[in-house]
Design a binder for this molecule. Sequence first.
Ligand code: ADP
Length: 301
Amino acid sequence: MNAITISNLKKTYANGTQALKEINLEVTAGDFFALLGANGAGKTTVIGILTSIVNKTSGSVKIFDIDIEKDHMAAKKMIGVVPQEMNFNMFEQVQDIVVAQAGYFGIDHKTAIRDSEIILKQVELWEKRKSPSRTLSGGMKRRLMIARALINKPKLLILDEPTAGVDVELRYGMWEYLRQLNAQGTTILLTTHYLEEVEQMCKNAAIIKTGEIIKYDRVKNLLQLLEQETYVVHVEKIQAIETIKMYNPKVIDDTTFEVDISKKERLNDFILKISNAGMIVTDIRPKGNRLEKLFLKILKQ
Ligand code: ADP
């Protein structure tokens, strides 16, 4: 069964911007799916249409076989949304925010109180249940957005940049939690700027470019396109650089150079070679945004 079936979907905004040209996309129930694309590609528009915030121009969208146009409320009940922008009342208390959301779905108050406790404990916000949301840290606010999206027990959870502005440690915790939700049967669709997020969690991904789906594949296959990675290496002092010329070194300054290392080679072998050359490594990290590199590779195909 499909969690999402998008057929011939078009969207032209009132100002004439053709945001979606004619999209076809299927997301299988149980998938952990990434919708990827540069800014302005059309991701938010797709999510907006799935969640009935944006009106489509033509085409059809089904959520678990329910046409969003024919049975808008039934489709809505299947979905939990975590938008990019924090949009809760900053003065309202944490638990009240989650309980109020239940009201929109016609969930009775007693059930809402009980379920909000379960969810707030899961996202580790139970201690903060009486705090006004404005007093939460950025990561906690994100978790509150997720808790609120889960109160109607959605079969499909949609997250627009779930870890934007969340620091690395919290990001890992959030990945783990989302993985658990997916393992328990929730279909998840997310948009992200971080390739690691896709690598860590997603099974399939589609890449959207100026309103068209240009690629749809298993994440594993997409990642194979990134066979080479450029690393920035910091050493105490560059020396005998010619002994590592197979890595195509590019010297930046006395202590910094860049190298290209193929996925098939081990980073360890490279480090051994520079140690043998007498250099002491102080830092080594991948250069730039790998997701952007992946887009460039795909565009060149
Ligand atoms: P993404 O989420 O991938 O950054 P969007 O779906 O927000 O992309 O935008 C797709 C295109 O539609 C862009 O060209 C954007 O400028 C345009 N767009 C988005 N929202 C509106 C709107 N409300 N009115 C007019 N144009 C819009």
